[in-house]
Design a protein around this ligand. Structure first.
Ligand SMILES: [Fe+2]
Length: 291
């Protein structure tokens, strides 16, 4: 995959043209909720302020617009996400596959229409860098999406804080965790967006993040029933290819993403929209039995 960096724009165009033809063979390109997994992930965060208890974050990743995912399909995803009424929307990269050309307006329209009470936050994936990182950053900006590439946003709600950070793609060497740590307040609940899941090895060592959200692997496009993992792993998704992991004190969550690589083939591995609910550990819970 990494060799794409060296491909000439004309080669990328040919590749995209082939992909567009393949995408048309799918016929019906409308979004249907039953073809997706809406995955609920409850994450208990130490000392999460009460203000953010049950906070609802929708994560979208690996859209790969133009590679099986049509603009019409993405528009359906947006309607669906908006119907969930999230507090926040996060986007963890790979918005296009080979070239952005021809898909700028569709991406902009959909990203603009995404609605979340407290904002929309994103990082870039390796494919975004290979396509056109600068233009994709412009699209994020024009859609009111905060670009968290090696950056931090501290969200305040009634005097309480939730920190949302992001690292740029480590596949292309654009990640800079030191810059993130410099900007991140010394304490307080903290979430990290990182396209590549295996970045968790680095981020967990800092002891400064409670949750890392990632994509990149597409769940290997095949999940083995029972063991719920995949034999198909690419670079930077070898260790944490699909689902939830505890890495030191941090939760790593790797989404199966929306798009696919090369062929429209997913076995026991539906496309995914992830719905995180943050939970504080300060609340006591009782189990009612025998009623
Ligand atoms: Fe990726």
């Amino acid at each position: 995959m990494k060799k794409l960096v060296n491909e000439k724009p004309s080669a990328m165009r040919v590749r995209q043209g082939f992909q567009t033809l393949l995408t048309q063979t799918r016929g019906d390109t409308k979004f249907k909720p039953n073809l997706f997994d809406l995955v609920d992930v409850d994450v208990t965060i130490k000392d999460l302020p009460f203000e953010f208890h049950n906070y609802k974050i929708v994560n979208l990743t690996d859209i790969h617009l133009g590679q099986w995912i049509s603009p019409e399909y993405l528009s359906g995803v947006v309607d669906y996400v908006n119907s969930i009424n999230p507090d926040m929307i996060t986007l963890t990269g790979d918005y296009v596959s080979y070239i952005l050309e021809g898909y700028e307006d569709a991406l902009l329209d959909s990203f603009k229409r995404l609605k979340a009470k407290d904002g929309k936050f994103a990082v870039l994936g390796n494919h975004d860098h290979w396509a056109d990182a600068e233009k994709i950053r412009e699209i994020l900006k024009d859609s009111d999406i905060v670009d968290l590439s090696n950056d931090v946003y501290s969200l305040e709600k009634n005097g309480e804080t939730l920190n949302i950070s992001g690292v740029d793609s480590c596949t292309v060497g654009a990640d800079n965790i030191d810059e993130v740590l410099e900007k991140l307040p010394d304490d307080g609940a903290s979430i990290l967006l990182a396209h590549e899941p295996d970045f968790a090895k680095i981020s967990s060592e800092t002891n400064r993040f409670d949750l890392q959200m990632s994509g990149h692997s597409h769940g290997g496009q095949l999940v083995i029933p029972g063991v719920k993992t995949t034999p198909f792993r690419c670079s930077y998704s070898i260790k944490y290819p699909v689902g939830a992991y505890k890495v030191k004190d941090m939760v790593q969550y790797t989404s199966k993403g929306l798009g696919t690589n090369s062929f429209w083939l997913r076995i026991n591995c539906k496309p995914e929209i992830t719905l995180f609910y943050l939970k504080t550990d300060k609340r006591k819970k009782i189990e009612i039995t025998g009623v």
